[in-house]
Design a binder for this molecule. Structure first.
Ligand code: GLN
Length: 537
């Protein structure tokens, strides 16, 4: 039977519960345990797929095609856990299935209520993740902050979980903020006491408290938190700010958090340590020799979470190439023909991420043109590939008004158009081409040099695609179709001849990059940016 760790957050949001959950996963893997990590999101959306990135940040796509919370990206980057659609549970999903069961008459005349029907549904979804998988520990992160109205059913469900499953099988960890007050020059434990008090009102007693703070937690404060919150002193763990998020598991291990967890859950577990992670990821990340400047030209630039996996994948590629990747974040709407040279002057590579809607697309197309003509390494992802195709059609093939039908339904040259099976789709949620699909790679391309294999699987999230009517004419003008679906009907990768590194893909490679295993395309993009930088100096 699997054991469970529930992670709640208190005092304020954005304390890094996702990174804590992922780090605990990493720590337990270092103890030879098989884990999975789940995110419970109390919002009513069924999934974040329909949410504005400004509100939610990136939508992370799993191998099996679920649109999920970005914390699942952390889980995949830190651990080797298999993360699929079951690993993200939202209030919307829970109510959807309860209401469907009610309509189907499954409840046999019962009054359907939050307790027990909603809480049962939450518990059964949590248990489903470990069904038949021999997991030692399932880590469950509860989104939001203790005290939020919408989080209550989840907290009630985890309270019941401990009663149902047995005290030794469930551990509650609470992450809180321990603020530092400049005026009195001390750190304050009161918000933590209140937050734990709130949890205890619901019937949850955390066994471990992890404190985020900018200053070191003094022995006295540790003692105070231990006393007032009813936890052992060594179970008050400090999570200080770090330069590199991949350092968090190391800092937690120094305080014996993994030991504490296996002891409390009564799991026999040897210790393999985290030396390889330290050597290959953290030490390297903190000692990078050189630097490259990469322009990320997007539309949600002001919110750093909107392109989370991309920024991470760039960092991984930097670690692999021993260069610090400095991202220059450029709001595509701000680009005009007059200012583009000023804006992009001095960058060593240009990346255009995915996106939806017309806003800022002309700026992105200008950035593609700049990269293509000046032979600056270029990497286009999803919408980024579509922008590259439009640019090439307009400026190389002479299809002046070429566009995607997403932005111009009447364009005379719809080089990007709706996929056939999307034409009659009306519903918005979960209706795109989603998840992993195979792609065959053509020899003698930068893509084949990077992947070093004939067939790859990458994750998708789009409705539009390259319009095959333009394949021949664009190929004649030097566009290379470096990757296609095995039946050759869908263009998945394009490259440009006579350019050192111009690769654009219809999928999202950023979701599969790991700190100790950089994605091959990101790796080679950064390598070519470094080469480009050296060639200029
Ligand atoms: N809007 C484009 C499409 O739907 C690209 C999507 C994306 O970049 N994820 O095809």
């Amino acid at each position: 039977m699997s054991k469970y760790i529930f992670i709640t957050g208190g005092v304020v949001s954005s304390l890094g519960k996702g990174i804590l959950s992922a780090s605990i996963g990493k720590l337990l893997e270092s103890r030879g345990l098989k884990v999975s990590v789940i995110k419970c999101d109390p919002y009513i959306n069924v999934d974040p797929g329909t949410m504005n990135p400004y509100q939610h940040g990136e939508v992370y796509v799993t191998e099996d095609g679920a649109e999920t919370d970005l914390d699942l990206g952390h889980y995949e980057r830190f651990t080797s856990a298999r993360i699929s659609r079951e690993n993200n549970i939202t209030t919307g999903m829970v109510y959807n299935s309860v209401i469907k069961k009610e309509r189907d008459g499954i409840y046999l005349g019962d009054t359907v209520q939050v307790i027990p029907h909603i809480t049962d549904e939450i518990k059964s979804r949590i248990k489903k993740v470990s069904a038949g998988r021999k997991l030692d520990v399932v880590i469950v992160e509860i989104g939001g902050t203790v005290g939020d109205i919408e989080g209550l059913p989840f907290l009630e469900a985890i309270r019941q979980f401990k009663q149902d499953t047995g005290l030794k099988n469930v551990l509650n960890i609470h992450l809180t903020l321990v603020p530092y007050l400049k005026s009195s020059e001390e750190i304050k434990t009161k918000p933590t006491q209140h937050s734990v008090g709130k949890l205890r009102e619901i019937g949850i007693q955390p066994e471990i408290i992890v404190c985020r703070s900018e200053k070191s937690i003094t022995e006295e404060s540790r003692q105070k938190i231990s006393l007032f919150c009813n936890v052992e002193k060594e179970a008050v763990i400090q999570a200080a700010d770090v330069d590199c998020i991949y350092e968090v598991p190391l800092r937690l291990k120094e305080q014996w958090l993994d030991e504490l967890i296996v002891r409390k859950l009564d799991i026999p577990a040897f210790d393999r340590g985290l030396d390889i992670w330290k050597k290959n990821v953290v030490d390297r990340a903190k000692n990078l020799k050189n630097a490259v400047k990469i322009a990320v030209v997007g539309k949600y630039i002001s919110l750093k979470d909107a392109y989370k996996s991309i920024y991470e994948a760039l960092d991984h590629a930097g670690i692999k190439n021993n260069v610090l990747v400095q991202t220059v974040k450029i709001e595509s709407e701000s680009i005009t023909k007059g200012n583009i040279c000023n804006i992009l002057n001095g960058v060593d590579g240009i990346l255009i991420p995915g996106g939806f809607g017309i806003r800022g697309t002309e700026g992105k197309i200008s950035a593609v043109k700049y990269a293509r003509e000046r032979k600056v390494p270029f990497f286009g992802l999803c919408l980024g590939m579509q922008m590259a195709v439009i640019e090439y059609a307009r400026n190389v093939c002479g299809f002046e008004k070429a566009n995607s039908t997403e932005f111009s339904s009447g364009t005379p040259h719809p080089v990007i158009s709706l996929m056939e099976h999307q034409k009659n789709t009306r519903q918005k949620g979960a209706t795109m081409r989603l998840g992993a699909y195979p792609c065959n790679i053509r020899n003698d391309t930068n893509s084949s040099k990077a992947y070093r294999r004939r067939q790859i699987y990458e994750r998708h999230r789009h409705r539009y695609e390259f319009n095959n009517r333009y394949r021949k004419s664009m190929e004649k003008k030097g566009m290379v179709f470096a990757g296609t679906s095995p039946d050759r009907r869908l263009v998945e990768i394009i490259e440009v001849k006579k350019h050192p590194w111009f690769v654009a893909v219809q999928y999202h490679p950023e979701f599969k990059s790991k700190p100790d295993m950089s994605h091959p395309l990101f790796r080679d993009f950064i390598a070519s940016a470094w080469k480009y930088k050296k060639s200029r100096s």
